[in-house]
Design a protein around this ligand. Structure first.
Ligand SMILES: [Zn+2]
Length: 308
């Protein structure tokens, strides 16, 4: 069967149809404008689905997967904590099912990322062994995560499984948008690290620039040390609970090479309740495609369990 998926981004939506061999047969994009509001986004999604059907010559599917920023709650798929703010509080799942006339499976972008990377990308070889667990991270503007066990997404009772970005990091106090203080996201997200650098140096720089100058700029060095040590502590907390077989690290901050050094592994190992830390930290392989491929994988055969 073909699998249809749509990834909702801040400025565009993208759709893909994967065939039985998980190869894309159609891939389409449409621009969206936040000022157009919720109704505009629904209309653009419908236009995209129509176009995918036209281009592929395939009839409308019974089910479609949607990757959405933020998270969705309840049977109506009400969006929360999305940076596409016009989606917040809206019953996106129910409204799309009505508009499109098909079953809609919605997951956040981190869950789509880990589903795609563990099935088709970085983890595909190891994850083909039964019973393997992957923890996928998006480390960028925000800090998200998701869990795949035995080829299936683990959603949890409230859809928050894997949300390590809002675990508290000891010793940290900065307020987070979620209403708590000292969340992992307030320390190791890209904007948090850039703010830290500015506070220390009085200068503005992007995280990429900071990472590149850490050999000669003391404030940059301090910022990257903070990233590495905090990442180690935060990830160790997840590893002690989940004990995954691999960690797949995505997002802009995930490209910082200092996260893959011996020192960075030591920062994790020294906080893990085990004598060694020997699992792979894998860079993603699918690039920008992970979100939309993951959305399409959601539209696989239906399953009636919390492990989806
Ligand atoms: Zn938080």
């Amino acid at each position: 069967m073909s699998r249809w998926g749509i990834d909702l981004g801040g400025t565009k939506i993208e759709g893909v149809i994967l065939d039985d061999a998980m190869q894309p047969v159609v891939r389409e994009r449409l621009a969206t404008e936040q000022v157009g509001g919720y109704g505009h986004i629904l209309t653009q999604i419908q236009r995209l689905v129509d176009r995918m059907s036209e281009k592929s010559g395939l009839p409308m599917p019974e089910r479609i997967g949607i990757g959405s920023p933020g998270r969705t709650e309840g049977a109506d798929g009400i969006v929360k904590n999305s940076n596409t703010v016009c989606l917040n509080g809206m019953p996106l799942g129910r409204d799309l099912e009505e508009r499109l006339g098909m079953e809609v499976m919605i997951e956040n972008d981190a869950n789509c990322f880990v589903l795609a990377e563990s099935t088709l990308g970085a983890g595909r070889d190891e994850m083909s062994t039964p019973g393997m667990t992957a923890f996928g991270i998006i480390l960028g503007t925000g800090v998200g995560g998701g869990i795949v066990f035995d080829g299936r997404l683990v959603r949890g009772a409230h859809g928050i499984a894997g949300e390590w970005g809002h675990n508290p990091l000891s010793g940290e106090r900065e307020p987070c948008y979620c209403g708590r203080n000292g969340c992992v996201e307030t320390v190791i997200s890209g904007p948090a690290l850039e703010r830290y650098y500015t506070a220390v140096s009085g200068r503005k720089a992007t995280l990429t620039e900071i990472a590149a100058s850490s050999g000669r700029d003391q404030a940059a060095r301090q910022t990257i040390d903070r990233l590495v040590s905090s990442f180690g502590r935060a990830l160790a907390a997840v590893i002690n609970i989940l004990d995954p077989d691999m960690v797949i690290v995505g997002g802009g901050v995930g490209n910082i090479r200092q996260l893959y050094t011996v020192e960075a592994r030591e920062a994790i190992a020294s906080n893990v309740f085990n004598r060694s830390f020997d699992i792979p930290l894998l860079p993603p392989m699918l690039g920008d495609s992970a979100g939309v491929f993951g959305a399409a994988l959601l539209a696989g055969p239906p399953r009636n369990s919390r492990v989806g």
